[in-house]
Design a protein. Structure first.
Length: 179
């Protein structure tokens, strides 16, 4: 079924079209929300609210190609996931960067780390680091866009990303050293 046809069906309240739309993007949006929210039960709650907003707001959605729908849904899921985390956690963003060891050159030894270990390290990041890291490194948002989404300064976004990267590198080095 064509995306435009699915959107039109959703706009008219067709439950079959809504189900197709839900299924089309569910895995992608689940993974996106999971990188922000982490807890699978909370991710389901955030997605439930997100899709409720998608189906309520689809009447005003203006189709501008297939990618426009995915981007629109993605924006809703990101915003709702951030709202969910802020409501549950006290997210702190710190502009102060303590002196941390920096990695001056790429350590090829880190390549041997299992991808599941990398995912676990990213999931274990402090909330502020994890959200900024995922939005910047995985989703491709700029620091300006992140600062607007999270209502923080661009400088704070950059600081959180730097701290996240250093945290990930340090954890990877420890994982490599200690197993």
């Amino acid at each position: 079924m064509e995306v435009k046809t699915i959107i039109d069906g959703c706009k008219s309240g067709n439950q079959f079209a809504e189900r197709i739309l839900f299924d089309m993007y569910y895995n992608q949006m689940y993974n996106l929300s999971r990188r922000i929210v982490v807890n699978p039960n909370d991710v389901e709650d955030a997605l439930s609210i997100s899709y409720s907003k998608v189906f309520k707001g689809i009447k005003t959605f203006e189709y501008q190609g297939d990618a426009s729908l995915a981007k629109w849904i993605k924006t809703i899921v990101i915003n709702e996931s951030i709202r969910f985390v802020k409501k549950r956690d006290r997210v702190k963003y710190d502009d102060n960067i303590p002196e941390l060891a920096t990695v001056s050159e790429y350590d090829s030894q880190l390549i041997d780390i299992d991808i599941e270990q990398v995912y676990a390290i990213i999931e274990g990041l402090p909330t502020g680091y994890r959200i900024v890291f995922n939005l910047f490194a995985i989703e491709g948002y700029s620091h300006k866009e992140i600062s607007e989404m999270l209502k923080i300064s661009v400088s704070t976004s950059k600081t959180q990303l730097r701290k996240a990267r250093l945290h990930i590198i340090n954890k990877m080095e420890k994982t490599k050293s200690y197993g």
